[in-house]
Design a protein around this ligand. Sequence first.
Ligand SMILES: [Zn+2]
Length: 179
Amino acid sequence: MLFRGTTQTSCGQGQAAMGPFYCPADQKVYINLGFYEILKNRLGAPGEFAQAYVISHEVGHHVQNLLGISAKMDQMRGRVSRVEYNALSVRLELQADCFAGVWAHNADNSRHILEGGDVESAMNAAAKIGDDALQRASGGAVVPESFTHGTSAQRQRWFNAGLKNGGIRVCDTFSAKNL
Ligand SMILES: [Zn+2]
């Protein structure tokens, strides 16, 4: 679902302003088009494939929902400390990045969608929306305990892992020793 400004979702209205997200309650991906402008103009990640990466990351959350991974995460909420929950959130988000790479691999295999520069523009977007990059861009200090999505390097690494392999078995970020 594409929108500008705000929109009504089964996950409430407030989230709409926060950029792209997946709402498990209505199983829809919400893409705020204003975020694409920010991505391109303010964060320096232009390109159609940067946008495709954002969509496929959100669809990755839908896959996690179908696989029951999101439900396991919800069970942990309130049972672990904020810092521990953030660490789990990073693993969840990096897995969605990996799933995005798996999509790109298979879409290219079946329909040859990748053009020159596409992978680079997705990798660049992954870097620009890493928690460390975003914290630096907003002029704040980089606080690893507050990370919820992973660093630029981690987001690139997991997108690339899915892209290279094309199967979701390489996306087990929850068992990975090193992210
Ligand atoms: Zn996400």
